[in-house]
Design a protein. Sequence first.
Length: 392
Amino acid sequence: MSEARQPIMGDPSADGRFGQFGGRFIPETLVPACQELEKAFRSAWADPEFRAELDGLLADYAGRPSPITEAHRLGEELGCRVLIKREDLNHTGSHKINNVLGQALLAKRMGKKRLIAETGAGQHGVASATAAALMGMECIVYMGEVDIKRQELNVFRMNLLGAEVVPALSGSRTLKDAVNEAMRDWVATVEDSYYCLGSAMGPHPYPWMVRTFHEVIGIEAREQCARLLDGGVPDVVTACVGGGSNAIGIFSGFADTEAELVGVEPAGGAAIGRKVPGVVHGSKSYLMQDEVGQVLEAESISAGLDYPGVGPEHAHLADIGRARYEPVTDAEVVDAFQLLARTEGIIPALESAHALAWMSRDRAELAGKAVLLNLSGRGDKDVAQMMDVLGR
Ligand SMILES: *Cc1c(COP(=O)(O)O)cnc(C)c1O
């Protein structure tokens, strides 16, 4: 399919491209695995039985649909109307369960017995361990050694759920390195293992498949907003962007509308902000790299956004001007974290607080508008870290 004929947020081309981004840049040994996965996903997604089983799990296990809360006091403070999509209320505390239930069900359908996952803040690891326990599968989670120290509660949680957490000891010992280790494991064990990737990134079909499993966020939000806005859509839809899965999920519900789409990146991991294309973890996208193409280490207060790249579809949306991406600093995030707690009684995940930090900083531009904020997760996991930061 030519680039010009791709509808915004439609299916990728046959070789997995969104415009010039995406594709499959992987060692020969992984090509058959990705092809097998693509075939299995296409067949599962076209199978009403698979879809019904997944919908049942999302409703009765994960707790969907997640509500939209109108944030009156926060709206008053910011001078705009604020609607919050409550992914923080899902089982395991974030949007990640949507993708994980989809992929674990797919793994089971493919006859795989072992689930491999990578994790940054631990949220995807916890979600994967949860799904593996639910479906009776073995679960191995790769996690950077630095993140293991930052998120020890989530490590213990994964152990409780029966998963084995393996430290990634190379590079910056964070999320990027955990992905490398997980891919290495997958190459060696592809016969009986399934690689459950945690964001809308990696080689084709992952970015597309992960987006598809998160489209439920956008579909629900579109309907809920219509009810709250007299059949209309919000002026702005915003979400934080690490690899980009929660953002792509909510954006997908509004891609065909006039709503402005704003992704928010940590200033220390602003892959799109720098607009340097390159290949990392199997696909072409924007990433943080130096003049000689060496991938730079991302640095952020939240382990979940500590990733130097971004999913390829976001690079494409930025490229064609359908979405824009804003950086926020750690200090702005710390303020936003407290702002939501005090005005609405909701303690957000530090990741989600990025999107709110942008709203708060650029509130002048939002005056009088209706803004939909995707609250990707709850902040319980971050409370101990914030206690240190705030010095209490
Ligand atoms: C993992 C995580 C993110 C970042 O991942 P995306 O793929 O960019 O959505 C954001 N928020 C929360 C709560 C997370 O756990």
